[in-house]
Ligand binder design. Structure first.
Ligand code: NI
Length: 182
């Protein structure tokens, strides 16, 4: 298993819609193992394939941030099939080091996906799990969380990013920051 580089905002792969995974094979399972190590080291509660430079419809969600392997969800070709309610809370993203902001999400979602054995599964989540699922599935559509912030907040965030970039600070550094990022 190997740690992968987490791409930060500005890398075009983050704003590109991903391609569906055709077959769950050993290459996919190897990618998932490497992504899991990378998410744990970050640490984060989710990681989508584009964040490690792979434009495939595949993501991980793990509210334990890698501390409990039983809680890992590996979602191949996930689709939100129902959603209800509304929540607004602060989010972070491993591709936006040091940036946090409030984002509106559904309170509860149901997601259909393919598992690592090629079977069809469904998962239902509310609150933080719903938020993490929506955040990751957005990544697979090429949508990053600042797109869902208010225009004013987004302007402030863009200003902060430009400053960090000028200072050569715009990169992901493993082990830094909060586990609430995805
Ligand atoms: Ni993210």
């Amino acid at each position: 298993m190997a740690l992968m580089d987490i791409r930060v905002y500005g890398d075009p792969v983050l704003e590109k819609k991903t391609e569906s995974v055709k077959t769950v094979d050993d290459d996919i399972r190897k990618l998932v193992a490497d992504m899991y190590e990378t998410m744990k080291a970050a640490p984060g509660i989710g990681l989508a394939a584009p964040q490690v430079g792979v434009s495939k419809r595949l993501c991980l969600v793990d509210l334990s941030a890698g501390s409990d392997p039983d809680r890992l969800l590996v979602l191949v070709n996930p689709e939100i099939i129902s959603e209800e309610g509304y929540q607004k809370a602060e989010e972070g993203c491993l591709s936006f080091p040091g940036i946090f902001g409030h984002v509106e999400r559904p309170m509860r979602v149901k997601v259909r996906y393919t598992d690592l054995d090629g079977g069809t599964q469904e998962v239902e989540g509310d609150e933080l799990l719903a938020r993490a699922l929506c955040h990751e599935i957005d990544h697979l559509e090429g949508v990053v969380f600042i797109n869902r912030m208010s225009p004013l907040k987004r302007r402030l965030v863009m200003k902060a990013i430009r400053k960090l970039r000028r200072e050569g600070q715009w990169e992901h550094r493993p082990g830094e920051g909060s586990e609430e990022r995805a």
